[in-house]
Design a protein around this ligand. Structure first.
Ligand SMILES: NC(=O)c1ccc[n+]([C@@H]2O[C@H](COP(=O)([O-])OP(=O)(O)OC[C@H]3O[C@@H](n4cnc5c(N)ncnc54)[C@H](OP(=O)(O)O)[C@@H]3O)[C@@H](O)[C@H]2O)c1
Length: 327
């Protein structure tokens, strides 16, 4: 089988190669998937540039979401998975023609859902679903309006958050993007208000927001906290720029403002509570099959398209969620 591998850290595709490897064999609790489609994610870029937390050793095969057919079962897995078209989440190794995935992180793809669309679900859409489950209702009460602020609104996760927010009862949704050229994309995904992250962007908003979703490390944390409602949460879920995190703010300020700062990682959730990730995938697939949300993907054909697709994502100007079909 062919795989995409990174041989060392690089800002571009110079250390990316497509190589032959022996087919894997599923271990206990795993299934083997013949991959037809794989999602491309920003985590691939964090691995490619060598962010320490993401690369235990070189070479490494990136890729965290796949769709395909189950062709072999490891011990302890359900017989009915054999031959099923499934979507799966994995910590890494997904940009390969065959992958072993824990059966707990695999879910059936409804017949009406296209495989290319399905490949956007295990990471970007499941992450969005799980992030929105952090909407606090305790202090404000379950019927209070829910207001959500989303950074990097024009990206893959941003698209999914805009589509899923109404299903979580969000009344007010604001997207923030890094440049003016990204405003139209975020608006097209469904953000009624889109703001460019320029100096003092937070002063253009009245807030307050019950949930602030921020994948930008800690650089906007001060602004996020200014905009968070009492009882609200700022949820940090990425570090796109890769800068060293700043020290956390004064705890006394957090106490007096009744605001929480939290973190989220779908990779950690997949090891600690794998069924939660599978449940999020199922929830999204049900919504897609019912026509309540419609993921859009930018399709690339062939595993050899992966390096250039990574370049496009690394530039921060991707027109949406990339999926590669393995011919
Ligand atoms: N914690 C989790 O479980 C989890 C799961 C999935 C994704 N994520 C994170 O969520 C974010 C979105 O992921 P995605 O896969 O959908 O990718 P994406 O949104 O297509 O791309 C990442 C976005 O990061 C922003 N960005 C800021 N600084 C950047 C830089 N130096 N280089 C490139 N982009 C930069 C850009 O948006 P703006 O410039 O408009 O802000 C860009 O659209 C990423 O940071 C990713 O790591 C986290």
């Amino acid at each position: 089988m062919r795989v995409v591998q990174f041989t060392g850290p690089a800002a571009d595709a110079s250390n990316t190669e497509i190589v032959e490897r022996a087919d894997p064999t599923p271990g206990e609790g795993e299934v083997l998937i013949d991959v037809t489609h794989a999602g491309i994610n920003f985590k691939d870029i964090l691995m490619r540039r060598g962010d320490r937390a993401y690369v235990p050793q070189w070479p490494i095969v990136p890729g965290i979401e796949v769709v395909g057919t189950v062709t072999a079962l490891g011990a302890g897995t359900a017989a009915e998975l054999q031959g099923q078209r499934v979507a799966g989440f994995l910590a890494c190794g997904g940009l390969a023609e065959k992958v072993c995935v824990p059966a707990d992180l695999v879910t059936g793809v409804p017949e009406s859902v296209d495989s290319a669309v399905a490949a956007a679900v295990p990471t970007a859409w499941a992450t969005a679903e799980l992030l929105l489950r952090h909407l606090p209702s305790g202090l404000a009460g379950p019927d209070a309006p829910s207001r959500v602020l989303v950074h990097s609104a024009a990206g893959g996760v941003g698209q999914a958050l805009a589509a899923l927010a109404p299903l979580h009862g969000v009344d007010e949704l604001v997207g923030v993007v890094g440049s003016a050229s990204r405003v139209d994309t975020a608006a097209a995904w469904g953000y009624p208000t889109v703001l460019v992250r320029d100096d003092g962007w937070q002063r253009k908003l009245t807030g307050p927001f019950d949930l602030v979703l921020d994948p930008l490390g800690s650089k906007e944390l001060g602004a996020d906290l200014e905009l968070a409602a009492g009882g609200g949460t700022v949820l940090l879920f990425g570090n796109a720029g890769g800068a060293a995190p700043a020290p956390l703010p004064d705890p006394a300020g957090l106490m007096s403002s009744n605001v929480s700062i939290g973190g989220f990682s779908i990779a950690t959730t997949s090891t600690q509570q794998p069924r939660l990730v599978a449940d999020a995938m199922d929830t999204v697939f049900r919504a897609v099959a019912a026509g309540r949300v419609r993921p859009e993907v930018v399709l690339r054909n062939g595993i050899d398209q992966v390096p250039a697709t990574h370049d496009a994502l690394a530039g921060g100007t991707a027109p949406g969620k990339y999926v590669v079909a393995f011919g």
